[in-house]
Design a protein around this ligand. Structure first.
Ligand SMILES: Cc1cccc(-c2n[nH]cc2-c2ccc(F)c(-c3ccc(S(=O)(=O)CCO)cc3)c2)n1
Length: 238
């Protein structure tokens, strides 16, 4: 494994997030707050120091793409402005490996809160499916807040959020009955998107919950549609 000081944390957090995502929405602690076709969004209402830090878990089923494709486009900084509508600036501060980056993102301000930025490592990996041999491998992309010497301190202009996010994808193939080639029509990708964002500075709880309720469904719907459009008519990446 690459000898980088962040590597042990990247390994630990990525695998923890994988287990967390695979728990699904059991236990009755998750409250369904948005639904759109196959997409279901759940939250837990939690406050830390009077700040709403509502963990979010979304599950979605997307036809015609693989988990590798879904996590590739989630991870790739080159295409982020094409689907992340709240992004104002983004800088790759460090390329640790071809599947591991440190990124600084400045997001658009949401009235009445002050503008936020996010500094995180971003990692994507394939995880062999240890429970079901003939299933496809699982893919996970994970973003987790970190420190970095190159991140400019915004002289107090910006509030830095603290976040842990993962996108876990499991692909299924229903092979054609006639033994013909597998096409995108035979692909189904089950997605779990998990997010815990500490807004970093005080935001009225009601305002923050309204932002989450509006932004998260929009974000996941737009992102998954973007990947379907990008992959349409392209060779399948398993
Ligand atoms: C989807 C969503 C939920 C909650 C708030 C907002 C939002 N609206 N206006 C500004 C933001 C905003 C502020 C700070 C942030 F760190 C992120 C943020 C959100 C998602 C991710 S990610 O890692 O899931 C995808 C990469 O951008 C990273 C940062 C988004 N967008």
């Amino acid at each position: 494994a690459p000898a980088h000081p962040l590597w042990p944390e990247i390994e630990r957090v990525t695998l923890e997030q994988l287990q967390y995502a695979r728990l699904g929405v059991e236990g009755g602690v998750w409250q369904l707050f948005a639904e759109d076709g196959e997409m279901k969004m759940y939250k837990r209402e939690e406050e830390v120091d009077g700040l709403a830090v509502d963990p979010l878990k979304a599950v979605h089923t997307v036809k015609g793409v693989t988990g590798r494709e879904m996590t590739h486009y989630f991870f790739s900084p080159d295409v982020r402005f094409e689907w992340e509508t709240t992004l104002e600036q983004m800088k790759v501060l460090e390329t640790i490996a071809d599947d591991t980056l440190v990124i600084l993102q400045i997001h658009k301000r949401v009235w009445p809160a002050s503008q936020r930025d996010a500094l995180f490592w971003s990692h994507v990996r394939r995880v062999p499916n240890d429970t079901d041999r003939d299933a496809q491998d699982i893919w996970i992309a994970c973003n987790h807040s970190t420190e970095h010497h190159e991140a400019p301190s915004n002289e107090g202009k910006m509030v830095r959020v603290s976040l842990t996010v993962c996108l876990v994808c499991q692909t299924s193939i229903e092979p054609p009955a006639d033994g013909g080639p597998v096409t995108r029509d035979h692909l189904t990708c089950k997605i779990t998107y998990c997010s815990v964002v500490n807004p970093g500075g005080w935001v009225p709880t009601s305002a923050l919950r309204a932002v989450y309720k509006r932004e998260y469904p929009k974000f996941l719907k737009r992102f998954t549609q973007y990947v379907k459009d990008r992959c349409d008519k392209q060779p399948i990446l398993f």
